[in-house]
Design a protein around this ligand. Structure first.
Ligand code: DP6
Length: 338
């Protein structure tokens, strides 16, 4: 099955003598059921699902210039950033079987994020998705077809796993799951069946700790190999996703909160119990979590938290509760932020 799918992503298109310029904006995403653990080539050990974030995004302009000796130049937020080039180069090398035409172009890349650099908000998902979309636009230009979003997700995945989910929205699942028709480990697909309460769901990102985290996600994923709880974790993620799919359809916020917070804490529990063990949460992370839970108990407002692989807290809540939750953030939670 996968072999046939992989063949479908291949093309015989080659570079032409015309240059091509394109700009893409790709959103970041926050996983509700977490991808944690992978195997080659960048395939997830369990399926995941995320909200697409409309205001945290990367914008990337790519100028594809026909060349016999292809090079990459890159500017980040207006300044040359040679340290980003090896990552882009290894991405291009990784996708060459699927995009053979790339060997005929030099790339001038200008990229920037809507969120501050080194804020601790991961940019690899939106960054890789924007680049994958730019490449698929070039491919569409060469073939005369529409941009293939499935291929964009497939390519983005090869750059960074979670980037597979940064192609469309408002909810994207990635990874084979029995309850999602057409789901695949190779690319993400949009989930369109959510209850209207989730249409304009809000996510406030509280920056508890800015800067580069002490253990990268790539290292964290690798620590799931030989992790004593790995198999239970992968089974739990599958079950949580099955439950969450039902909850997303019905709009039951109590169950939504239970599953989302359990997923966040289970992700960090994997870090606590890997060898070597490590902790990305900060004291402020726990203070915010406790305060959110107390506030929810006291007020009945359905606000909850999730975490990515870092100390920052994502505060999730329905649009209709915006005013009171923004007050909570401004008056209390912001005291724990940098
Ligand atoms: C905790 O996609 O950043 O955010 O595939 O190595 O690039 P690589 O890892 P990455 O891992 C994201 C992990 C996570 C959970 C998630 O987004 O599902």
């Amino acid at each position: 099955m996968n072999d046939q799918l992989l063949e479908n992503f291949k093309t015989r298109l080659t570079a032409t003598e015309a240059s091509f310029k394109v700009m893409h904006r790709a959103p970041s995403n926050i996983a509700l059921v977490k991808y944690w653990g992978k195997y080659d080539p960048q395939l997830p050990a369990n399926p995941s699902i995320s909200f697409t974030l409309s205001r945290a995004f990367t914008e990337t302009l790519v100028f594809f210039e026909p060349s016999m000796s292809p090079k990459i130049n890159l500017k980040f937020e207006g300044k040359a950033k040679p340290s980003f080039i090896p990552k882009v180069q290894s991405f291009i090398d990784r996708i060459k079987d699927y995009c053979p035409y790339l060997s005929g172009y030099s790339l001038e890349i200008e990229t920037s994020n809507s969120f501050p650099h080194s804020s601790g908000i991961a940019s690899s998902a939106s960054g890789m998705a924007a680049l994958a979309m730019a490449i698929c636009s070039l491919e569409a230009n060469l073939s005369g077809d529409k941009v293939d979003l499935k291929k964009a997700s497939f390519l983005a995945r090869l750059g960074s796993g979670s980037a597979a989910r940064s192609i469309e929205g408002p909810l994207m699942s990635w990874g084979l799951h029995k309850d999602i028709l057409g789901s695949s480990d190779l690319f993400a697909t949009p989930f369109f069946e959510a209850h209207p309460i989730f249409n304009a769901y809000q996510d406030a990102i509280l920056l508890v700790h800015k800067g580069v985290k002490s253990v990268s996600s790539t290292v964290g994923h690798n620590l799931m190999n030989n992790h004593p709880f790995a198999e239970q974790r992968f089974a739990q993620a599958n079950e949580n996703l099955a439950r969450l799919l039902r909850v997303l359809r019905t709009g039951d916020l109590d169950d939504f909160i239970e599953i989302v917070e359990l997923e966040a804490l289970s992700l960090h529990a994997m870090m606590f119990s890997s060898t070597p063990s490590y902790i990305l949460m900060q004291p402020g992370t726990l203070s915010i979590i406790q305060r959110i839970r107390t506030f929810r108990k006291e007020t009945g407002i359905p606000v909850c938290f999730t975490l990515d692989a870092g100390a920052n807290v994502h505060v999730l809540y329905p649009l209709e509760n915006k005013e009171i939750v923004v007050d909570l953030i401004d008056n209390e939670l912001s005291a724990f932020c940098e």
